[in-house]
Design a protein. Structure first.
Length: 177
């Protein structure tokens, strides 16, 4: 009976260790955290205007939305390789012509204190099925991030649409649709 009192806590500790990840006596190292992939909310929406028209809601040809991002990473010698799946949605506006649109977005590696360490542009092409106002794509991209002595968890990978001054002004005055 006395042995049971000592074995029960030891068994619970051993089972709990399975969910703790790293324990000193297992010999394996803890898994390092990936940089966080974030969509910058002020740059999550964009608009394309009909050619030669003012930046007003009635002149929007297409709206774009950076809907979500999922990321995985793998640590390599001196850096991190991130694989991302970026969901981009397009919607036809009142002045839409045609069944396709291109949107430009970017990723930027952001370090401590908000310093931008790198920035890369990407373009997606969205084709609208006949009779549909909305369509989307799942864009798969990869980023190689040098760590230069930093931990991956100290960095973030920020995403947003590349905005022209007229689009920035549009969202400042009309807040989108």
């Amino acid at each position: 009976m006395r042995a049971l009192r000592f074995l029960a806590p030891a068994a619970l500790l051993a089972l709990a260790g399975c969910s703790w990840g790293w324990l000193p006596w297992t010999g394996s190292k803890p898994k390092e955290a990936c940089p966080e992939a974030l969509i910058l909310r002020p740059l999550a929406n964009t608009a394309v205007f009909a050619e030669g028209r003012a930046a007003k809601p009635k002149n929007v040809a297409f709206y774009g939305i950076l809907s979500e991002v999922d990321g995985r990473c793998r640590y390599l010698e001196g850096g991190v390789r991130m694989k991302l799946r970026v969901i981009v949605i397009g919607e036809k506006g009142p002045k839409a012509k045609g069944n396709a649109v291109d949107f430009d977005y970017f990723t930027s590696v952001v370090g401590p204190k908000g310093s931008i360490l790198s920035k890369h542009p990407f373009r997606v092409h969205i084709v609208f099925p006949p009779g549909k106002r909305r369509a989307g794509v799942s864009d798969r991209i990869e980023e190689a991030i040098p760590l230069d002595g930093r931990k991956g968890s100290a960095l973030s990978l920020d995403l947003g649409f590349q905005q022209s001054p007229e689009v920035v002004d549009f969202y400042r005055h009309f807040r989108g649709r």
